[in-house]
Design a protein around this ligand. Structure first.
Ligand code: BGC
Length: 759
């Protein structure tokens, strides 16, 4: 009886939930139908308009030109205003002084935290800690929403296999499987399970699509690739974000199949809406419509109509839709139906956020004071930074350092707070970040000697280009020789040298492509001089991308890659240097030996002439004369202060059929002296396919913690779902045959076994 009642209860719950969702949807439709009946064409086009805050950030909101447009119903939202009082004022103008009182969206690039800044996304991805990544997005949403923001232009999920491209720093690296898991987590973190809450915000997955595949790694450049590669390697993270319910999508600047993404109907409508079932709205990137004039596909009126017809709903900054669509409608180039559709999508987003019920719901000053940059949130930032660090080298267990003796801290990034948050930290209070020098000063028992050692780069003009947005590198006017001499003087008095060198924050990020991936020469010369002292050197490496550091790897004792760790940088780095945190990050984009190898990625195809294993050159096979095919550091690589030993791989079967499941296990033992975390990685190779298949693909991972001496059996369950790929006809399916199963500590060092799987 009880059982029966329970089943009935469950069944009614299941029908109740969709029923409730349906009811909500129908009330939304009724509300929006009524509102749209009242809207003029101009007001509808106004909803599609997203100007940048512009004069509002500096001027008086009420008297600005944008304020006039808001009163006239010509603005759907604004972005990048950091001021709760200004946002409140702008919202007041919209809901009190415009005819239809439609509330506005307030967007911002909250990319890796708001004021409590987390590591740059590439660094965060190196944590392989999905729960933590979701938590960072949750905290970012809570802080941003407490300051009036209800929409973030994140997650950025562009797969990139080219370290020259500066925006590789903003994504999760080269792998579609890991990238997809991170994309979902971030959407969940921002949007939660209820968008009407005051502390959840709309997410915007970007940049759809293929933006990370710009030719020659040059930002905004052409992309061109087969549909096969798009579907298998580049689309999955966008799709994962859409499947996770991401409310909005941002179009990319680049072209896809010869048509800019912003005007590409196949991309925006056929794939996004019809194949993936996306129901939110699509916004262009910054002046994305206007730039199509330069792309060479027509004047502003033509490209605006093309964008709308392709499936774009909102126009960021350029006002092409606002200013040209009335004429295009008259000429029959666009339809009223399509304008209504776009307008409806934007109103729906506002409705789902609850803005029609309370347009000021994100404007609670007491929340802002309490939650933004709170002690608790900064603790999450410090923890996240610690999880993102990658120990690239640690000769003779030089790290962790003892809290005793004299440390010579050198390098242009040692005493620099403003660079610590990294690129895209628009809401950060940069000066409040903690530098490595600040952090070291808090360690009792050590003496710290500090010298700058070098400038970021010899070339002052380069330095300036790499120091945008108030993130000065603090250029020193003294000569390079003088600065090196001073650093050597300190180094000679010290027991150990800690060199804080690498890129400045703005050497990666938007429009920060590089053709040379070395540490800039001025800093490398400093390292070379320090090496001659014979003192042990720890390289604390700041970077927004994979660098070429073969010399450093060959010559220095320890390398801790800290990316740009965020607002708590100095504390998190000292946690790791002195062993309060044991580094466990693993790189998510391959580090090449030489820039000429780029694009270099682990999931490459075999080619018809692969280099035999163990060789580094052979005539008439696929390799180079001057550099081996190997990475300097392969995907998934990262060390720990402790050691992990992997047993051989055990499979539950070697022959399978149909929907059977396979389990693959290894025993991982911590054979070192410290408690540590390890990311156990599962790769699969589909040995023979109807199309060529990568030499291996990541299909699972588990981040585990083991005490010294502890071992644990790690098991992965593999089903035919994990074997699926898009075939020549872009059908997503698996093919019977042989599969190599690999589990290991990185993409190169793996244990292997094979299975054959029949249909
Ligand atoms: C970037 C986007 C960003 C937008 C708004 C553009 O330049 O490509 O990623 O969201 O600006 O700031």
């Amino acid at each position: 009886m009880r059982h029966w009642f329970f089943c009935f209860f469950l069944a009614s719950l299941y029908t109740f939930v969709p029923l409730q969702a349906q009811q909500k949807k129908s009330s939304m439709n009724t509300f929006i139908d009524a509102l749209m009946k009242k809207m003029t064409l101009e007001e509808k086009l106004g909803q599609l308009n997203l100007p940048v805050s512009g004069d509002i950030t500096t001027g008086q909101a009420a008297s600005s030109d944008i304020a006039g447009k808001i009163r006239a119903g010509k603005v759907g939202g604004l972005f990048n205003i950091k001021s709760l009082s200004k946002i409140k004022e702008v919202q007041r103008i919209a809901v009190e002084e415009s005819r239809l009182k439609i509330p506005m969206l307030f967007g911002m690039d909250v990319i890796h935290g708001y004021e409590s800044v987390f590591p740059i996304p590439l660094g965060l991805s190196a944590s392989w800690d999905i729960k933590l990544i979701e938590e960072t997005a949750r905290v970012a949403a809570a802080e941003a929403s407490a300051d009036g923001i209800n929409w973030t232009f994140s997650p950025m999920v562009d797969i990139s296999r080219d370290a020259r491209w500066g925006r590789i720093s903003e994504g999760s690296g080269e792998d579609p499987y890991l990238g997809s898991r991170i994309a979902e987590a971030m959407v969940r973190g921002y949007q939660g399970d209820d968008l009407t809450r005051p502390n959840t915000i709309l997410a915007c997955v970007k940049h759809y699509a293929l933006y990370g595949a710009a030719e020659a790694g040059r930002d905004y450049n052409t992309t061109d690739m087969s549909h096969h590669r798009m579907y298998n390697d580049y689309f999955p993270p966008y799709k994962a974000a859409v499947d996770a319910g991401c409310g909005t999508v941002m179009a990319s600047f680049n072209e896809v199949d010869g048509v800019p993404a912003t005007a590409n109907k196949w991309l925006m409508t056929d794939v996004l809406r019809k194949q993936w079932g996306f129901t939110g709205f699509v916004v262009t990137d910054y002046t994305g419509i206007n730039e199509m004039v330069n792309h060479g596909i027509g004047d502003l009126k033509t490209v605006s109509a093309r964008a709308l017809n392709a499936g774009i709903d909102m126009d960021m900054v350029g006002e092409g839709l606002l200013t040209t669509l009335q004429a295009s409608l008259k000429e029959g180039v666009v339809t009223q139906k399509r304008i209504d559709e776009a307008c409806r999508k934007i109103l729906e987003a506002k409705y789902m956020l609850g803005l029609f019920d309370d347009p000021y719901k994100y404007c609670d000053e007491s929340r802002s004071k309490k939650e933004v940059f709170s002690t608790e949130n900064r603790k999450v930032a410090r923890r996240a930074a610690g999880e993102s660090f990658v120990l690239m080298k640690n000769n003779n267990a030089l790290l962790p350092l003892k809290k005793a003796g004299t440390v010579a801290l050198v390098g242009p990034l040692a005493d620099n707070r403003v660079n610590m948050p990294g690129t895209w930290s628009v809401a950060a209070n940069h000066a409040k970040s903690i530098s490595l020098l600040d952090g070291l000063k808090q360690i009792n028992g050590i003496t710290v000697l500090h010298a700058r050692g070098s400038n970021l780069d010899h070339d002052a003009a380069f330095d300036e280009r790499a120091s945008m947005f108030g993130k000065s590198s603090g250029r020193d006017k003294r000569s390079a020789a003088h600065m090196i001499e001073e650093a050597l003087d300190m180094a000679r008095q010290a027991d150990i040298i800690v060199a804080a060198v690498g890129e400045s924050a703005e050497m990666s990020g938007e429009a920060s492509s590089r053709t040379n991936l070395d540490i800039p020469a001025a800093q490398k010369e400093l390292l070379m001089a320090l090496k001659k002292t014979g003192k042990p050197i720890v390289l604390v490496l700041f970077t927004g991308r994979p660098l070429t550091i073969s010399w450093e790897n060959d010559n220095l004792d320890a390398i801790l890659n800290v990316w740009f760790p965020g607002s708590e940088a100095g504390l998190a780095i000292t946690d790791a240097l002195f062993g309060d945190v044991n580094p466990s990050g693993k790189i998510t984009a391959t580090w090449p030996q030489h820039v000429g190898q780029v694009p270099l990625y682990y999931a490459h195809k075999n080619t018809g002439r692969p280099l035999p294993e163990g060789k580094w050159f052979q005539k008439f096979v696929s390799n180079y004369l001057d550099v081996s095919n190997d990475a300097e550091f392969p995907f998934g690589y990262g060390l720990s202060y402790t050691k992990f030993e992997y047993s051989d791989l055990r499979l539950s079967a070697t022959k399978l059929k149909g929907q059977q499941k396979l389990t693959a296990s290894v025993t991982v033992k911590n054979t070192g002296k410290y408690t540590g975390k390890e990311v156990v990685q599962l790769y699969i190779r589909d040995v023979v396919g109807s199309v060529t298949r990568p030499v291996k693909e990541l299909k699972g991972f588990q981040k585990i913690e083991l005490k010294a001496g502890e071992s644990k059996e790690i098991t992965f369950t593999i089903t035919p779902e994990d074997l699926k790929f898009y075939n020549y006809d872009l059908k997503y399916d698996w093919e019977a045959g042989d599969f190599d199963i690999m589990i290991g500590t990185n993409s190169e060092e793996v244990k292997r076994a094979s299975v054959s799987w029949e249909k």
